[in-house]
Design a protein around this ligand. Structure first.
Ligand code: GTP
Length: 606
């Protein structure tokens, strides 16, 4: 018993610790800053002390570099836009048949609920609470590229991945370098044409590498992996659209200090009677569009591309045809706010004209579908008639063969032959060319630009595509495999060339036999022919130049491409052609060789 009492007496009550490691831990827990919640660096500072001073210095420099890169010079907003900034201008650029129209259609469908069937001119859409975009397709000619490079905020460069980069893309990039680079985004299409997954991977890698070399490292490149029911995959278009609608733009200095405008539509206000009396009379045109850059001064002259410097008669402010939503109710746009404005395509905006009340008869700017009843059509046709019947007949043309000469009323009156026009005609045409080609300097520059980029011409889908060849070896071994596959295409091309060679020589041989000429005489004749041909190049109108595809660099079956390269066919080019004629003329089309052969026959006969 006594033992038990001593044991109980010995038992001490628990005393809480007030100092020491455990007490500190407990205190920390109570206060909410336990050691577990501390960051690694604080919990174990010794582990994070740097063991190499040089490494630490490098890390510090790198961090500072990244931070400095993010900092921009503050922007001064000189635009003084009273209300909303104008829509962002997006140019869709790329070689023919690469998918430009399909892409624009898909983007329009994504942002607005009314898809356009036939897109003409710029299309403005509201894409967000604070953003509108104007989409415009760039034609495949130098003039359109120059015009758009001046004004575009963002250029979407489309490339057919199954074919590779074509000259059009580099022409546009070179033009942009002169005008000031807008934001550039690459888009690869036709990826579904590459069936082998390894080749697809390599192609993507190779094109991305090349794109980064040409634009800047890290430039955004989108992949559109194929078509489904004639449209790109919805997810990919959605991503692209989202990217476009949140993208930030740094305006170019030149643009911020000048005012410029992209015409959404225009109207000819000239009296029709005056035009009838003199088709070349001075016209009064009103141009509608958003003013970009600084505000436009009424007293200044404006330069209209393709026309020259013109004085402004009057400027007036019109209500916005495609306004942003007034109040932000929801995060996303409601249906009513998804506006679209595309007057050239026949959507929106006729009611805003300043001095006229319009009665809607249908036509390009109309919302309403035109009735097909006959009486209505007769009246509308009468209103639209601008020329009398005899004038129309005078201007009408008849073309018997594709690529053949168009016959006009004058041709039928006179007995002149189709190919050989008389010398007066030639002189007249020559002077016409001189008038049209005022910008010889520009063309020379363009020629230089074209020569600086090596390319090969490949006939594909009935048209000639100019594939860019890069001399540097920026591909790894995997890419070489793929090149072997592509070589198959080139060899077909070479075969074609060979067949042309053989056909040409066959024709010449048969000529020789029929005329009993020696080889030396034939060669002399051949050279003479090229001389005459080159002279013809100087003397024919640009339209004829296009028709006959004399030059090798510009040979193309695409109509857009042809019509707009008129001005670039100059005398200097013809001289170039002449100097290169002995080697390159073999690539000139069969059609031309036949013409040459015919001419040589004629010469022999006479
Ligand atoms: N397989 C495949 N076909 C495509 C792709 N993109 C476009 N196409 C097709 O290519 C053809 C030409 O497309 P468009 O959108 O008219 O090309 P474009 O660049 O506007 O042509 P132009 O206006 O004549 O210069 C159409 O038949 C499209 O269906 C693609 O990614 N894959």
């Amino acid at each position: 018993m006594g033992d038990n009492t001593t044991f109980e007496e010995k038992k001490k009550s628990h005393r809480e610790r007030h100092s020491g490691r455990k007490a500190d831990k407990k205190k920390g827990k109570k206060n909410g800053n336990s050691i577990q919640e501390l960051s690694d660096r604080k919990r174990n500072p010794k582990a994070f002390a740097f063991n190499s001073v040089i490494g630490a210095e490098r890390r510090f420099r790198r961090k500072q570099d990244i931070e400095t890169k993010k900092q921009h010079v503050p922007l001064v907003d000189r635009t003084q836009t009273p209300i909303e900034p104008p829509p962002i201008l997006i140019a869709v650029v790329g070689p023919p048949k690469v998918g430009k129209t399909t892409l624009i259609n898909n983007l329009i469908k994504l942002f607005s609920k009314s898809p356009l069937l036939d897109i003409k001119g710029p299309v403005t859409i509201v894409t967000g609470k604070k953003r509108r975009i104007t989409l415009i397709e760039c034609n495949n000619d130098i003039n359109s590229m120059i015009d758009l490079a001046k004004v575009a905020d963002l250029a979407l460069l489309l490339c057919d991945a199954s074919f590779g980069f074509e000259m059009e893309i580099f022409e546009f990039l070179n033009i942009c370098q002169i005008h000031g680079m807008p934001r550039i985004m690459g888009i690869l299409t036709h990826l579904d044409m590459i069936k082998n997954s390894k080749t697809l991977k390599n192609t993507k890698k190779m094109l991305k590498h090349r794109f980064w070399t040409e634009v800047y490292p890290g430039a955004k490149l989108f992949y559109l992996s194929g078509l489904l029911h004639g449209e790109y995959l919805r997810n990919e278009i959605k991503n692209l659209g989202r990217f476009i609608s949140i993208m930030k733009f740094r305006p170019l200095t030149w643009r911020m200090t000048h005012s410029y405008l992209l015409a959404d539509r225009y109207e000819d206000l000239t009296n029709l009677e005056l035009i009838r009396q003199n088709p070349k009379c001075d016209r009064n045109i009103s141009i509608y569009g958003y003013i970009r850059g600084v505000s436009l001064n009424k007293n200044s002259s404006v330069h209209i591309a393709g026309f020259g410097d013109i004085k402004i008669h009057d400027i007036s402010y019109l209500p916005d045809p495609c306004p942003l939503p007034e109040t932000v109710k929801k995060r996303a746009l409601i249906e009513k706010e998804k506006l679209i404005y595309a007057p050239f395509s026949g959507v929106g905006g006729i009611v805003y004209d300043k001095d006229a009340v319009y009665v809607e008869l249908g036509g390009s700017h109309s919302h309403r579908k035109r009735d097909d009843d006959e009486a209505n059509n007769i009246v509308t046709n009468l209103i639209e008639t601008k020329e009398a019947l005899d004038v129309k007949m005078q201007h009408s043309e008849l073309q018997l063969f594709t690529d053949g000469k168009k016959l006009t009323a004058d041709d039928i009156d006179s007995d002149s032959s189709l190919y050989n026009s008389d010398s007066e005609d030639k002189i007249q045409k020559h002077s016409n060319i001189k008038e049209i080609n005022d910008d010889v300097g520009l063309n020379k520059e363009l020629n230089k630009l074209r020569k600086s980029q090596t390319h090969t011409e490949i006939e594909c889908d009935g048209r000639i595509r100019r594939k860019v060849i890069f001399n540097d070896s920026d591909m790894d071994t995997d890419d070489e495999e793929e090149l072997v596959q592509k070589d198959a295409t080139y060899s077909t091309m070479k075969k074609n060339d060979k067949s042309i060679h053989s056909k040409v020589s066959d024709i010449l041989k048969s000529l020789e036999e029929s005329n009993g000429m020696s080889t030396v005489a034939r060669k002399a004749e051949e050279k003479e022919l090229f001389q005459t041909k080159a002279n013809c190049v100087l003397q024919e109108t640009p339209e004829e130049l296009n028709k006959n595809d004399y030059t090798i660099n510009y040979e193309s079956s695409d109509s857009d491409h042809e019509t707009n390269e008129n001005s670039s066919k100059t005398e200097s080019e013809a001289e170039d052609l002449l100097s290169d004629a002995s080697d390159e003329v073999v690539i000139v089309t069969m059609k031309q060789m036949k013409i040459l052969a015919k001419q040589s026959q004629k010469q022999k006969i006479y």
